[in-house]
Design a protein around this ligand. Structure first.
Ligand code: LRH
Ligand code: MN
Ligand code: MN
Length: 409
């Protein structure tokens, strides 16, 4: 480390010791935080108005893995990549798995896609037409098979199913069909596999969505069994929703399976994590760390086995830098949450000291964790500034030879 950062870190360590924080534990936790990146985040995407085509975007799933490998090399935090089928459809999934391993990665969650075919316009697993429901379930089962071939342990489910008008469809029948489809898919899982059930309050359905909120996803998962859990996509809530409360509730029920991290100002904006709502991210981590100290082993285990994933779609941003920025923002908020002194907070809560407890949480958010992140990255032999390292690496210039026209969809 340079002289300046050495001094800053020494001071930081002293300050945290005084606050009763075990800095070695903090460092271990920070190093241990792994976040999965989505294959589709490396491709071109856009809004319903325009997809801007960028030079150097991957032309196939293998090139997406190449880009994801660079993000992992620079951050040390992203060893797995989520795939979306058929966006990442290949002839030989064994080859995809070997390729991932050859660039230092593993395949993470497999995401079935039952929303982009004409057949699914009025619903997939909730369609009134039994043949379309069968087709959708068959795709879910095919994805369980893909999981076996790529060595994945998470099936990540999101359904676009919904309606636009009152009376358009029979809501309770659809609820039952959805549960039947999930139950059949659940039966196909191996014992090491999790089913993660994602919800979203609207879009593309503007009147109702079959899995609209965490309660519906929770109920579906609870009926299925222990391998089914809820996935919280931070962008899938109405503005003002207390997402960290949902997180704490699901943790207490042993049903929080994973996250899709992203930022939103209005709806499912899929923007860089922590760009508009860093305090929310910090408070989510606060709830998770609080649960990891629970007396109930189920709550502790749930908190320790969360699948952290990014779900972003980069419409105007250069893809790899956007991913690096997101990882850095997650690490920053996690580092801050690690500085919360939970004994202090709990003692203040027990005394009903409203402002004292609020201060004990917020003051951790207000700390500068740059010296800590610098020290941890350096100790791992990683660049202290991964963004700068990327921009100076020449990789962006190198991939320009791919030309224009790669796409995630
Ligand atoms: C739906 C969603 C879901 C999809 C992804 C591309 O809005 O969050 O996770 O799989 O976007
Ligand atoms: Mn998502
Ligand atoms: Mn989404």
């Amino acid at each position: 480390m340079g002289q300046w950062s050495d001094r800053a870190y020494a001071l930081f360590e002293e300050q945290q010791a005084e606050r009763g924080i075990d800095i070695e534990w903090v460092k271990g936790r920070l190093t241990g935080l792994k976040v999965e990146t989505p294959s589709w985040g490396y491709g071109d995407s856009g809004t319903r108005f325009k997809v801007f085509k960028k030079v150097g975007v991957p032309r196939n799933p293998f090139e997406k893995l190449d880009d994801a490998a660079v993000v992992h090399q620079l951050t040390g935090a992203c060893p797995t990549v989520a795939i979306h089928i058929p966006w990442d459809k290949v002839d030989d999934y064994g080859e995809l798995r070997s390729y991932a391993e050859s660039v230092g990665l593993r395949i993470g969650a497999v995401n079935p896609n039952v929303f982009q075919e004409d057949d699914y316009m009025l619903g997939s697993v909730t369609n009134a037409d039994p043949q379309i429901r069968r087709k959708a379930i068959n795709h879910l089962l095919e994805c369980v098979d893909v999981m076996k071939q790529v060595g994945s342990d998470a099936l990540s489910l999101w359904f676009a199913d919904g309606t636009n008008y009152p009376g358009q469809a029979h809501l309770r029948r659809r609820k039952q069909w959805l549960q039947e489809a999930l139950a059949e898919t659940y039966q196909a899982l191996s014992s090491n596999m999790k089913m993660l059930i994602e919800y979203k309050f609207f879009e593309p359905g503007f009147y109702h969505t079959d899995l609209a909120d965490w309660g519906m996803a929770f109920n579906a998962a609870a009926k299925l069994g222990p391998q089914a859990e809820v996935l919280v996509d931070t962008g899938h809530h109405a503005p003002g929703t207390n997402v960290e409360h949902i997180v704490s509730y699901l943790l207490d029920e042993g049903k929080l399976g994973g996250f899709h991290f992203n930022s939103r100002k209005y709806a499912d904006d899929d923007l860089i994590v922590g760009s508009t709502n860093p305090y929310e991210l910090f408070l989510i981590f606060y709830q998770i760390l609080e649960a990891s100290r629970d007396v109930n082993p189920l709550v502790r285990e749930t908190a320790e086995n969360i699948a952290y994933m990014i779900d972003q779609s980069h419409s105007i941003e250069p893809k790899i830098p956007a991913m690096i920025r997101s990882i850095a923002n997650i690490q920053t908020q996690y580092a801050k949450a690690l500085l919360i002194n939970h004994d202090d907070v709990r003692a203040l809560q027990a005394k009903n000291d409203v402002l004292g407890a609020e201060n004990a949480v917020r003051s951790a958010f207000e700390m500068d964790v740059t010296p800590l992140l610098t020290a941890v990255r350096e100790e791992q032999g990683l660049p202290v500034d991964p963004m700068r390292a990327f921009l100076e690496s020449g990789y962006q210039e190198h991939i320009a030879s791919r030309g224009i026209g790669g796409s995630s969809w």
